[in-house]
Ligand binder design. Structure first.
Ligand SMILES: Nc1ncnc2c1ncn2[C@@H]1O[C@H](COP(=O)(O)OP(=O)(O)OP(=O)(O)O)[C@@H](O)[C@H]1O
Length: 305
């Protein structure tokens, strides 16, 4: 008998009410649905329908007015701040519409960042970050800063940063909102390809039906309520020439990564000011796969029940 697929996210009668003077705004109004492990789920709706609020509630960024959000069996809104932060680091990744890259850092340094918090050793960190940048087709842009890259390239760095530590769930709020249609499709292909390779769960917000078609499941939202839930047949992947190129690049360089690390000059990360850590953590709340955790003390990253 086939194993039942894990319900990785359960949304139960969730409400978010904002008060504006005497007025109550029901941004999310009694919403319930489930997302399975490995599913690509899209929250689709027009402007003001409540998509971003729902995503922020799911990520524990906004407080609930009612209901429950269970992720990996844990009621995340019952956790204290410290445990919630650990939970985010361990299980969640984020892709933002505005990329949220560190402008003073190179592409490679940006992608390395989540791994610093995981205390992954320098050499391994650089290998993982490089590998990820090769995967997203940026093998020739490792040492470019965000200002030296196009919007599409910057978002590829954002994707590499979100996925480098293989979080089980990646939240993406209008990840292609600042990109032209062709680049948006390439970015969608990347998100889908990488997440499917690793059985990662994606929750993406968009108002664009064409982008929602990349999902396995679409939650249609209107005025804070679910209008319908649509399951999409799994045949919408397009041939992306950039991906093919990225694959070839990865294959060609896989054997040379060690060599590249040894040859790379001036790759040390800038000194991190302790006061800036919380700001950085907001940018790169992320985690790393269990089988890549050999450098990390399990207890240190443990989450209290
Ligand atoms: N901090 C807030 N205070 C008051 N009302 C808010 C707040 N944030 C959102 N809202 C209201 O909640 C509703 C849902 O907003 P939300 O940003 O979730 O919609 P959205 O579907 O993501 O829209 P968009 O696509 O334009 O970003 C809107 O009516 C919005 O005005």
């Amino acid at each position: 008998m086939q194993d039942e697929v894990e319900k990785i996210i359960e949304i139960k009668n969730v409400r978010k009410i904002y008060r504006m003077g005497n007025e109550k705004i029901y941004a999310v109004d009694d919403v319930s649905f489930e997302i399975l492990k490995g599913e690509f789920c899209c929250l689709l709706g027009t402007s003001g329908s409540g998509k971003s609020t729902l995503l922020n509630l799911m990520a524990g960024i906004e407080k609930l007015s009612g209901g429950e959000i269970i992720i990996k069996g844990k009621n995340i809104h019952k956790m204290n701040e410290n445990n919630l932060a650990k939970f985010r680091q361990r299980y969640l990744g984020f892709v933002f519409q505005s990329y949220n890259l560190m402008n003073s850092m190179t592409a490679l340094e940006n992608v390395e960042f989540p791994l610093i918090f995981k205390r992954v050793k320098t050499k391994r960190r650089k290998l993982l970050a490089k590998d990820m940048l090769l995967k997203v087709g940026l093998g020739s842009r490792l040492n470019h800063k965000p200002s030296e890259m196009s919007g599409g390239q910057q978002q590829r760095v954002g994707i590499a940063r979100a996925f480098v530590s293989k979080p089980e769930i990646v939240f993406a709020d209008e990840p292609t909102g600042n990109l032209d249609t062709k680049t948006a499709m390439e970015v969608m292909n990347l998100i889908k390809t990488i997440s499917k390779e690793n059985n990662q769960t994606i929750v993406m917000v968009t108002h664009d039906r064409r982008l929602a078609d990349y999902a396995d499941k679409i939650i249609h939202i209107l005025d804070g309520k679910i209008q319908s839930i649509e399951v999409i047949p799994n045949d919408t992947m397009e041939n992306d020439p950039t991906l093919e190129k990225a694959d070839k690049e990865t294959a060609a360089t896989e054997d040379n990564i060690d060599k590249m690390v040894l040859e790379e000059k001036d790759m040390s990360l800038p000194q991190i000011d302790v006061d800036s850590l919380s700001e950085i953590e907001n940018v790169s709340i992320n985690t790393i796969d269990g089988d890549k955790m050999t450098d990390i003390n399990e207890k240190e990253r443990g989450i209290e029940e």
